[in-house]
Every structure is written in C-alpha cells, then in structure tokens.
Design a protein around this ligand. Structure first.
Ligand code: ATP
Ligand code: MG
Length: 285
C-alpha cells in the first residue's frame, strides 16, 4: 500500500504531465488549473529536488503566460509596446519602475505610514500613461495573479459617476473601483475632468478612501499640485477647500515622479490642422 507521501509524489508527476500538455497546446488557463500547489510540498522539495524544480519551472512559465495574456487583454493596444529609442523621458520611467509600494501584513493589507501611491506628473506627451502601464506590467509579471489592475481615466470616471448619480448609485461606482484589495487602481489624466461640485465630492471620497485604506494607486496628472488646485477652482472658488484636501492627500500618500519633454521635441509653433509641416516651412522660407 502506498504511503500518503508517495501517493502525492505520483500525483505531482501526473499533474505536471497534464499541465505541460495543456501549456504546449496553448491553454495556459487549463494548465494553471491542472497544477495546484502540491500537498506535502516540503517533503517533495526535500526528497525529490528535481521533481520540485520541474514543478517550479512549469509553474513560472504558466504564470508568465497568464500575466502576458492579462496584459494583452487589459492594456489599450497603443500602450502595449515601449520602444526606448522614441520614449521621451527614460529617467522618469526608471524612477517609476524602481518605486515599490509599502509592505503588507499577513492578511495582504497595506501597512500604514508608507507611500503606496505613485503620482506621475508632467506635460502632455511626456510618457506618463505609457510609464504607468510599464509599472503595472512589471508588477503583474513578478507577482501574478496578485497585482492585477483597474484602469479608469478621470473624465470617464466623472461620466460614470454622473450616470450612476441619476439612479442614486455613485457609491456603487466607488465600491467597484476599490473592491479588490490586491488590485492597483490606475487613475489616468486626473486634471482632465472638469471639477464640478458633484465630481469634487465623489473624487474627495475616492481619494480619501485610497489614503485611509492604503489602496495601491497610480495617478497621472498634467500639472503639479498647486496648478491642479488653481485649474480645478478657476470657475468656482467654493471648491477650493475640497480641491486642496484632495491635493494634500495625494501629496502625502504618493511618491511623485516628474516627467519632462526632451528639449528638442518642444513644439516650435502650433500648426493649424489643415496646414502640413512642408506648407509651414515654405511659408517661413
Ligand atoms: N511604442 C512607443 N514606445 C515608446 N514611446 C512611444 C511609443 N509610441 C509613442 N511614444 C511616445 O510616447 C509619448 C506619449 O506617451 P503618453 O501617452 O504616455 O504621454 P502622456 O504623458 O500620458 O500624455 P497625456 O498627458 O497627453 O496623456 C509621445 O512622446 C510618443 O512619442
Ligand atoms: Mg496620458
């Protein structure tokens, strides 16, 4: 009669064979299901190091494939590649990639007192959104299946909140965004949504919860904090307190990385859309 442990060793051999067949046939999800964490893993590791190494190698390959499929599905196609020869701000990208969120406790909850957020700020075209997706990709690849992410651009968030408010459901939109404690929330283009009283109230609630609940967040914004507050309140000074409260929480909670445009790529003149660059050069000749 086979002991529990030998029985389990044979089970692992069979699971590896099954998972490998799924993986080779291009079915990464089925392969992941076919390769559960082995019972008696400590004994298997000690007694059969080669089998354990084989399990680990296949498990890593499956995770990498699953992570890549997730990224293909969840990153907009225009941000799927990063070509260093044309990327405008590589030093800032490197700083963003180096940042690691604070540690988590045994239940996977972020610990207080650490900066968990990443705030990428700088002018349009400096590469903030592309950098944010590069950070999210690196995190997911090293920590699949944790560290999945949710993407929302601020103008879309504003519209979703406005639509939901008609049915009294704005709260559900925020719950949905914050629902998964392991996911990173990516809020793109924070300065691009017009700051109305209703949006200010909801945005404050969102940022306040991110701050209090130590949610992993990446935010991109085209201005620095002071300019953001000025822009938001240009039309309605009554929103100043809320705008400042949001900016303060972001400043406290986020590690900020400044993006700049390379000098030579500054536009020398704004061309009308109907005028080609050649027309403009001829006009100046
Ligand atoms: N495949 C690529 N690899 C690297 N850089 C690219 C690639 N395609 C375009 N770029 C560059 O990326 C920059 C735009 O990046 P991105 O959209 O992330 O900027 P942004 O700072 O988010 O701008 P905005 O504030 O307008 O949203 C442009 O300078 C463009 O030249
Ligand atoms: Mg962008």
């Amino acid at each position: 009669m086979l002991g529990d442990f030998e029985f389990q060793r044979r089970a692992v051999v069979a699971e590896i064979a099954k998972a490998k067949a799924h993986f080779d046939a291009g079915h990464a999800e089925a392969a992941e299901r076919a390769l559960p964490w082995p019972k008696h893993s400590t004994e298997i590791k000690a007694q059969f190091p080669e089998l354990w190494a084989e399990w680990g190698t296949l498990h890593n390959k499956i995770c990498q494939r699953q992570a890549d499929l997730y990224l293909q599905k969840n990153i907009p196609v225009e941000f799927q590649s990063l070509d260093p020869s044309i990327y405008p701000c590589p030093e800032s990208l490197a700083s963003a990639l180096e940042f690691t969120p604070g540690p988590r406790d045994e239940n996977g909850m972020e610990l207080p007192g650490f900066k968990n957020g990443l705030l990428l700020h700088g002018p349009t075209g400096a590469g903030k959104t592309r950098a944010a997706f590069a950070v999210l990709s690196a995190r997911l690849r090293s920590d699949y299946p944790d560290r999945q992410f949710r993407y929302v651009s601020a103008p879309v968030l504003k519209r979703q909140l406005a639509d939901a408010a008609r049915g009294g459901r704005s709260h559900a939109v925020l719950e949905d965004l914050l629902g998964d404690q392991y996911a990173t929330l990516f809020i793109d283009d924070l300065s691009q949504a017009r700051f109305t009283a209703a949006f200010a109230e909801n945005l404050f609630e969102l940022i306040d919860r991110i701050h209090r609940e130590h949610v992993d967040v990446i935010v991109t914004v085209q201005t620095n904090g002071a300019d953001l507050v000025r822009k938001w309140c240009a039309e309605d000074r009554d929103l100043m307190d809320t705008a400042q409260a949001i900016a303060r929480r972001l400043r406290e909670y986020c590690f900020a990385v400044r993006f700049t445009l390379p000098k030579q790529s500054k536009p020398s003149a704004v061309l009308p859309l109907h005028q080609s660059a050649t027309d403009a050069a001829n006009a100046h000749a």
